[in-house]
Design a protein around this ligand. Structure first.
Ligand code: UT7
Length: 388
């Protein structure tokens, strides 16, 4: 039987300390007006003493498990997407695995810039669909306040700290990722980087003096890449999902700059209420921004069971990743029982809508399997002829 990866739990963690644009005015030559008009950002959270990538991950994972009513020992794998781990070595994922008490779980850290969470979610779903694992935690987390140069106004006003986590569980009902695209264009690798502190230029007095261990960004180059890729990748995954634009209820993009999301929205012809934007509250939190926005969308009631949501990430690498998700955190049976706060209509309509959708997806999956089965001997023959 085909298996699907269903998101059943989610949680976020942001440091209590808030740094506003007005605070930044006291630190570098900038203004609230410049930051708001060029980026949409009004404030960001930054870690205080004792707060790290691991502590934020732990809090978000605990919330996600609690929401899903799953114990840490039941988790099979933990994937942490981050560019700002506690240490270069060991992987922060193992520290979180231990502190969480996920005694049976494997763990790894994934580095794919701001696209890391989408890469992690697709990877988790694959582990579940192949039948290897039942429950995978996917975390997007950053402590960028430790990676930016607080004397460089071109970058320090943009970034923030935070974390979002989801639990993906195996399900027999068609749900989860309907289509996805993961991409990389390494020819622009130097558009967002920390030149020093790695193996090419290990940490030294010179690196410290030139402040090369901090992030540097060619903002304009990434801006052009981001607006182009957002439009292309979202169009590709919606088309591949077999859904129409009207079926898409919400787009959750990486929150780098409100101007990027605005431009992409106009190019895609999407209404503003279908685009989730919370960059004003957190700044750019890289790998954490999509799961943070997902949690906020749920808190604000902008995402309902049965909805279709598009995730789109882009960033360092340069990388991009997009996915269309069917959002259905509870099983259909649970959903039927849990709709006490909805009117009678909802309890009648939702199961019908779910059933129609499930049949559609199951039919599409069967069709793909049949096409693959029919084409495989032809591909084999073709390869044999080419080898000769
Ligand atoms: O998440 C990873 C992906 N990252 C992104 O997606 C970021 C993409 N890029 C961007 O969002 C934008 O390019 C930025 C927000 C980074 C910059 O916006 P921009 O409109 O491209 O500004 P700019 O870099 O061209 O700078 C315009 C002016 C410059 O002054 P001059 O040369 O015109 O006199 C800058 O020196 O604004 C100046 N400037 C600032 N002024 C006040 C740059 N930073 C600041 C600042 N405050 N913080």
């Amino acid at each position: 039987m085909k298996r699907y990866g269903r998101i059943t739990g989610w949680g976020k963690s942001v440091p209590a300390r808030v740094l506003t644009n007005f605070d930044l005015e006291q630190m570098v030559d900038t203004s609230d007006e410049w930051i708001v008009t060029r980026t949409g950002i009004r404030e960001r959270h930054v870690v205080g003493p004792g707060e790290t990538t691991a502590t934020m991950s732990l809090e978000a994972c605990r919330k996600a498990l609690e929401q899903a009513r799953v114990s840490p020992e039941e988790v099979d794998l933990i994937i942490i997407a981050t560019s700002t781990p506690d240490y270069l070595c060991p992987p922060v994922s193992s520290m979180v695995q231990d502190q969480l008490g996920a005694t049976r779980a494997g763990a790894f850290t994934l580095v794919a810039g701001c696209t890391g969470f989408v890469y992690g979610l697709v990877t988790a779903s694959q582990f579940i669909e192949t039948g290897l694992y039942e429950r995978v935690l996917v975390v997007g987390v950053e402590t960028l306040s430790k990676a930016v140069d607080w004397t460089d106004r071109a970058t320090c006003v943009l970034f923030g700290d935070g974390c979002g986590a989801v639990l993906v569980e195996a399900s027999d009902t068609p749900t989860g990722i309907l289509s996805c695209e993961l991409g990389s264009d390494g020819s622009d690798w130097d558009a967002l980087m920390a030149p020093g502190g790695g193996c090419v230029k290990p940490f030294s007095e010179e690196v410290l003096h030139n402040r090369e261990h901090y992030l540097r960004m060619d903002g304009k180059r990434i801006f052009k890449f981001a607006t182009r890729k957002m439009t292309e990748a979202v169009t590709n995954v919606v088309r591949a999902s077999g859904l129409s634009w009207d079926d898409i209820d919400l787009i959750i993009p990486h929150q780098a700059n409100a101007r990027i999301t605005d431009l992409a929205m106009r190019r895609l012809g999407v209404e503003p209420e279908k685009m989730m934007v919370n960059v004003e509250r957190y700044g750019n939190t890289s790998a954490a921004s999509i799961p943070l926005a997902l949690c906020d969308a749920l808190e604000e009631g902008r995402l309902q069971s049965g909805d279709h949501v598009v995730l789109i990430g882009f960033g360092a690498g340069l990388t991009w990743g997009a996915a269309v998700l069917h959002w259905q955190p509870e099983s259909e049976v649970e959903e039927l029982i849990n709709v006490e706060d909805s009117p009678l209509l909802a309890s009648l309509f939702k199961p019908v809508r779910n059933a129609v959708w499930s049949t559609q997806v199951a039919a599409r999956a069967r069709l793909q399997d049949m096409t693959m089965a029919a084409m495989t001997p032809i591909y084999r023959l073709q390869r044999r002829i080419m080898r000769k």
